[in-house]
Design a protein around this ligand. Structure first.
Ligand code: FAD
Ligand code: SF4
Ligand code: SF4
Length: 486
């Protein structure tokens, strides 16, 4: 093993420099600066090169983390890039927005006595260096195949499937109802987590690979669209990566008042402004000078509070019915929000939105946690006579998303769904109830993560290749194997 490794005993964990909160509040730029080369190399050298690397086991993509850390520590960055991109369509994106504390880094063994290796930051550094050096090239096929594939959804699941299928030589067409590529990465996730030029750069590469994009083209609905049936007729196989977009409601009086809005409408408007577009309902969907209350405790809620701060809100409060320890959102995101000036009302739930036509306040009550049940889970209950009112002229509902009714909307009753409305697929094969139609990402898992969507796209591509070519079943798990075998 290289002498350079195992430095965790003497070298503390260091993240790339985080911009000062006062500066961050003023713009939508990413909050972390880039690692300098020597800094990234030193941090990579903290890895102890475990025989059984739990970081990789808990990375949904099974990335070969110890090897690319070692190559980074040895300044063999091009090789590190080749290895990290061999399993991941978007390593620079995962490095930025994976909740590493719950995945790779949260399972790094040195964390027991020291702090984890900064895997995500190194992954971003390797890929950004590769872009700067011109090492990132489209994954071109070694031979063309005549069969064509329709991919619905240009989110991470659809794009990962498209990239691998094109690398295998298929003629790949991606359809999306939006005018830009990226799915929730473009109009959901704010640019202070993921700047949009990162997506545009990938879009260019995918086009250079030969993937054909049909944007502003809804499937099964709307003007300029295509029915599911004609899509199937046009293509030899289809992949559905349509995500989940039906916002959950807050079932309290006043939900329909003006100024009570859904999180995704608010975030989409903000992201569109970043492209110098003026969204409809611009004034309603802007937090400038307002008292903002965000309902919810997940990552979407964190994105809303932090966006409101950047838009110049007078005051921003996050109302969450459990406590900090039981919050679904990432610990790091809560910390970032607090640094930026967000107030948290823990153990508080809305009772009614108040106002005459337009919202002027939220009446809420206190909640308390019960003793843990046999499974360790604590339920919450309202504290009697604990109501209080918070002033609000913008209320953002951020309680999560459910799937739309695809079989109904697409006039495709043969498309089987689960009781949650997600698409049913054969486990491990990604095939829906309709032969030749595969699916992955949030529309199969329910609201999840970008990295899981990328994995589904990659695995589904391998299964679709098998379906179309009659290739031998792939014993291990990814399309890279099939591409390598070409
Ligand atoms: P999506 O990204 O939703 O893409 C689906 C695409 O399908 C969209 O482009 C949509 O326009 C298109 N589509 C849908 N229906 C049709 C149709 N009928 N015809 C044509 N096109 C259609 N994950 C993380 O890992 N880290 C984060 O920090 C993070 N932050 C998030 C913040 C917010 C606000 C939200 C909402 C989600 C966040 N997520 C995050 C979750 C992550 O964005 C999703 O899990 C991931 O994008 C799912 O990928 P997907 O490809 O399955 O679907
Ligand atoms: Fe960690 Fe995500 Fe990268 Fe995997 S893809 S190594 S989980 S940051
Ligand atoms: Fe290195 Fe941590 Fe992974 Fe072990 S678990 S190989 S120390 S990054």
């Amino acid at each position: 093993m290289a002498e350079r490794m195992l430095q965790f005993v003497s070298l503390p964990q260091e993240m790339p420099e985080k911009r000062d909160a006062a500066e961050r509040r003023e713009d939508f730029g990413e909050i972390y600066r880039a690692f300098a080369v020597d800094h990234a190399e030193r941090q990579a050298s903290r890895c102890s090169q475990c025989g059984v690397p739990f970081c990789s086991v808990h990375c949904p993509l099974g990335n070969n983390i110890p090897d690319w850390l070692k190559l980074t520590a040895e300044n063999r960055l091009e090789e590190a890039y080749r290895l990290s991109s061999a399993t991941n369509t978007f390593p620079e994106i995962c490095g930025r927005i994976c909740p590493q504390d719950r995945l790779c880094e949260g399972n790094c063994v040195i964390q027991k006595d020291f702090e984890a290796v900064t895997i995500g930051a190194v992954e971003k550094f390797i890929t950004e260096t590769a872009f700067e050096q011109g090492w990132v090239k489209p994954r071109l096929p070694s031979r063309e195949r005549s069969q064509s594939i329709g991919v619905v959804g240009a989110g991470p699941a659809g794009l990962a499937a498209a990239e691998w299928l094109r690398a295998l030589g298929y003629q790949v067409h991606v359809y999306d109802r939006h005018d830009r590529v990226g799915g929730l990465m473009v109009y959901g996730i704010p640019s202070f987590k993921l700047e949009k030029h990162v997506l545009a750069r990938r879009h260019e590469l995918l086009e250079a690979q030969g993937i054909v994009f049909h944007l502003s083209t809804p499937i099964g609905e709307g003007e300029g669209g295509l029915s599911f049936e004609s899509l199937r007729e046009k293509h030899d196989a289809v992949f559905l990566g349509t995500g989940v977009y039906r916002s959950r409601e807050v079932a309290v009086p006043g939900s329909g008042l003006g100024g009570v809005v859904q999180a995704l409408d608010f975030l989409t408007a903000s992201n569109r402004r970043g492209y110098h577009e003026t969204p409809g309902d611009d004034a309603v969907l802007h937090a400038r000078g307002k008292h903002v209350v965000v309902i919810g405790g997940g990552d979407t809620a964190m994105d809303c509070v932090r966006t409101s701060i950047r838009q110049g809100a007078e005051k921003v409060t996050c109302l969450y019915r459990r406590d900090r320890a039981n919050m679904p959102g990432s610990v790091q995101e809560v910390k970032n929000a607090e640094e930026e000036g967000v107030n948290f009302a823990w153990l508080a739930a809305p009772e009614a939105f108040l106002g005459d036509g337009t919202v002027s306040g939220v009446r809420a009550h206190r909640m308390r946690l019960s003793l843990p049940d046999a499974s360790g889970r604590q339920s919450v209950e309202a504290v009697p006579e604990s109501s209080f009112v918070i002033e609000a002229d913008l209320v953002i509902k951020a309680l999560g998303f459910d799937p739309e009714d695809l079989p109904g909307d697409w006039n495709a009753p043969e498309l089987a769904v689960t009781k949650w409305g997600t698409l049913k697929v054969t486990p491990g094969r990604f095939e829906t109830s309709v032969p030749g139609v595969f699916a992955g990402g949030d529309i199969v898992r329910g609201a999840s993560l970008v990295v899981w969507a990328i994995r589904d796209g990659r695995e589904a591509a391998a299964e679709m290749h098998q379906f179309l070519s009659g290739a031998e079943s792939m014993t291990s798990d990814h399309a890279a194997q099939a591409v390598a075998a070409e």
